[in-house]
Design a protein around this ligand. Structure first.
Ligand SMILES: Cc1cc2nc3c(=O)[nH]c(=O)nc-3n(C[C@H](O)[C@H](O)[C@H](O)COP(=O)(O)OP(=O)(O)OC[C@H]3O[C@@H](n4cnc5c(N)ncnc54)[C@H](O)[C@@H]3O)c2cc1C
Length: 526
């Protein structure tokens, strides 16, 4: 293997795969380093395989957050993809961009040029929407985006009940507004998961300019003075290095891009000194501003065996599901985390924007990765769109394999507590509407537990870690609005860490947009 490349990309996740594709298409030599292995396993590619792969340590690394008062003294496990495609290979496939004002907020916070009108073309560029080109959707990109291809009668009943409750129907959460209830679009093409690896890496995989090294744990960025000049990584017990003649691009995700910066001497001076790391640039906010979405669910027991919990235990139903998928690319095998849901305003909303998101599933489970309940469960989850709480992340040691100390500080802001409780109340009210109330007989969770205690002690992550290398032109942020790491040269972060505030919905679509726009800045300086 040669030792110098135009660009070195760290992490083959959602962002890293897209970035690599564009660099290769532009004729550059690229070294792509990924801590995980190849994505050959069948279950990665079948959408319903989400339930098998998301907690499988062969494809997913499990990070534990610090216990906190907001989570009733519990730690919360955060899986992240560790495989080609990164988290896009194990995620719930929901394709939703968030609110137009999320991006307008970014611009107001100093992310110059990242307002909605400016970022819309970058969403469209990578998208291959099965419904064809529209004002809001692209149809000539690589990432498959498809309308829901599973028609579950009880999900339809939930949508009707939500409208009886007073929420409008919304046919396209990625259109003019995300407000209301409807079916989610999913990252699927021809019935298969459209992961970052499948969409962006496969088409360039055999290009001689691309070198991909899997099971390569990057340990630090190499600097010549304050100019990033290469990367060091560990592979099969050996330490290896390569040089980048143009730039090093960190796409290691919101947990590990800041960890790598800190390990490389870019971070808060006191923290670096505590670990004996030579300071390349004092950057106090690297690892700060950590945000996530936290969910709590209302689970009911259906009167009839209409839950996926029942279907997967019935051999006849399993064959039917397989045939639906094989013959028609439709049915329960074509969905991941959620099928329908919506965006709504609680009584605590501060303006006319939705402040909670609902994700509805005709199944139920105690904990992610565990077996489905043995009763006919139906789940409705709620999370706050834009939490006030801010967490932080810091290295524990200089060992690159060690996970950083993750303190999400969920519910450290009082307002967030009120919103999650109000969201649970709304879910209960929707279940009680005429279209749904006769379909179930027992509320299994939260049942008699008071709603705040329930949210605190039984809720968990929606897997949307972001914000730990926020971008801004305010002079203090870890990266500027061109995603260049402040205080050093030839080094950028391009992934979910740069979001100044988490978007009001799932984070994958926004990450692809960041990658599309970020790599254009790398290639064309704009
Ligand atoms: C279980 C789960 C479900 C989710 N569901 C949804 C959903 O339905 N819809 C949605 O929009 N979003 C969802 N998300 C969130 C979404 O997938 C992420 O926001 C997005 O993938 C983040 O992309 P990224 O490029 O920032 O990081 P990642 O895709 O996580 O990529 C980072 C990559 O870098 C690699 N890496 C890290 N450190 C190193 C190192 N030191 N050396 C080498 N390689 C390294 C990792 O192995 C990984 O492959 C989900 C996430 C998870 C985990």
């Amino acid at each position: 293997m040669k030792s110098t490349f135009d660009y070195i990309v760290v992490g083959a996740g959602s962002a890293g795969c897209l970035v690599t594709n564009r660099l290769i298409q532009a004729g550059h030599t690229v070294l792509l380093l990924e801590a995980g292995g190849p994505d050959k396993n069948f279950w990665i590619h079948l959408p319903i395989g989400y339930f098998k792969t998301m907690m499988d340590p062969r494809f997913s690394r499990h990070f534990d957050t610090e216990p906190s008062e907001g989570t009733g003294g519990r730690n919360v496990t955060w899986p992240r993809g560790r495989v080609l495609g990164g988290s896009s290979s194990i995620n719930g496939l929901i394709y939703i961009r968030g609110q137009h004002d999320d991006y307008n907020d970014w611009a107001k916070l100093g992310a110059t040029g990242w307002n909605y009108d400016n970022v819309l073309p970058y969403f469209k560029r990578s998208e291959h929407y099965a419904g064809g080109e529209t004002a809001f959707h692209g149809a000539s990109g690589e990432l498959g985006v498809s309308d829901l291809r599973n028609d579950h009668p009880y999900c339809n009943a939930w949508l009707e009940a939500a409208q009886q409750f007073g929420l409008p129907a919304n046919k396209d959460f990625n259109g003019q507004t995300d407000y209301g209830v409807g079916a989610y679009q999913l990252s699927i093409k021809d019935g298969w998961r459209s992961s970052g690896a499948r969409a962006f890496l496969r088409p360039v995989m055999s290009n001689p300019n691309l070198t991909i090294v899997t099971r390569a744990q990057v340990s630090r960025v190499l600097f010549n003075g304050n100019v990033a000049c290469g990367i060091e990584w560990l592979e099969n017990g050996e330490t290896k290095q390569a040089q980048a003649s143009n730039e090093v691009l960190l796409c290691a995700g919101a947990l590990q891009s800041p960890q790598l910066l800190q390990l490389s001497g870019v971070g808060p001076t006191a923290l670096l000194q505590q670990h004996g790391i030579a300071v390349v640039a004092d950057s106090p906010e690297v690892g700060e501003n950590l945000q996530d979405h936290y969910q709590a669910r209302v689970i009911v027991k259906l009167k009839k065996k209409m839950s996926i919990n029942d279907q997967v235990r019935n051999p006849f139903e399993l064959v039917k599901m397989g045939l639906q998928w094989l013959l028609n690319n439709s049915g329960p095998l074509t969905v991941g985390a959620g099928q329908v849901g919506g965006l709504a305003r609680t009584k605590h909303a501060r303006d006319d924007r939705a402040d909670v998101q609902f994700i509805i599933m005709p199944l139920s489970v105690e904990k992610a990765g565990e077996a489905l309940h043995d009763y006919s469960g139906f789940s409705a989850a709620v999370c706050q769109c834009r939490p006030d709480s801010r967490g932080r992340l810091s290295i524990r040691s200089t060992d690159p394999y060690d996970q950083p100390k993750i303190e999400p500080r969920y519910f450290s802001a009082e307002h967030d507590r009120k919103v999650i409780v109000a969201g649970l109340e709304m879910l209960r009210a929707i279940y009680a509407q005429p279209a749904f109330k006769d379909l179930w007989d027992v509320e299994m969770m939260p049942a008699d537990t008071d709603l705040w205690t329930y949210a605190q002690t039984r809720g968990g992550t929606v897997y949307h870690a972001s914000g730990t290398c926020r971008m801004s032109d305010d002079g203090r942020s870890p990266v500027d609005a061109q995603l260049r790491v402040r205080g050093v040269e030839r080094l950028r972060v391009i992934d979910a860490s740069v979001m100044p505030t988490v978007v009001s919905a799932n984070t994958n679509a926004a990450t692809y947009m960041i990658a599309e726009r970020g790599v254009e800045m790398v290639l064309h300086g704009r």
